[in-house]
Design a binder for this molecule. Structure first.
Ligand code: PNS
Length: 165
């Protein structure tokens, strides 16, 4: 399939989705006709995510209800192969800090070797989310920290139930 420049992929593990992810997804949704949120699903890596793929998708569906050009799917292949399968020309990712840049530069080089026809576009995190990552939210939830302004309500509730002491 020839890559379509109107279709973008927003990939991630989303374990769970945060307001930082949603910021990137909503900005991508304004830039492209269709945004496919691609949720990593590697069930053989048991215990590697707190929430199952179904739970992570459920959180994303609830949080993106008002965006009408979003599709949510799982993938368990190379990201560029999934993008190809979907006919997407672009992978959209958020960048928070220099540490993200180094990792993403490496991913970019690897992806480019596999699929020179698929481009990656990086959106700078909005300053209020530049410190935000799922692992940090899980740590806060474990020790009773304040997470209500970092993740959607339903996600906060599930995090507190699953991790709260
Ligand atoms: O930081 P995240 O959310 O766990 O990132 C997940 C993802 C898929 C965006 C990242 O692992 C990536 O860019 N992978 C590209 C390499 C690839 O295709 N790996 C196989 C699927 S994980």
């Amino acid at each position: 399939m020839v890559p379509d420049n109107r279709i973008a992929i927003c990939p991630g593990t989303f374990d769970p989705v945060t307001f930082g992810h949603l910021d990137v997804i909503s900005r991508a949704s304004a830039m492209y006709d269709t945004v496919i949120v691609a949720v990593v699903n590697l069930p053989w890596r048991k215990g590697s995510t707190l929430f199952t793929a179904e739970e992570r998708i459920g959180f994303l569906r609830d949080a993106t209800q008002t965006m009408d050009n979003i599709e949510i799917e799982t993938f368990s292949s190379l990201l560029v192969d999934f993008a190809r399968e979907k006919g997407a020309m672009t992978i959209v990712k958020g960048l928070r800090a220099i540490s993200d840049f180094e990792y993403e530069l490496e991913m970019n080089q690897l992806n480019r070797r596999q699929a020179p026809d698929i481009e990656s576009v990086y959106l700078m995190a909005s300053p209020k989310y530049s410190f935000l990552r799922s692992s940090g939210v899980k740590e806060l939830a474990t020790f009773g920290g304040e997470i209500d302004d970092l993740v959607p309500n339903g996600v906060a509730k599930h995090l507190k139930e699953r991790l709260g002491r």
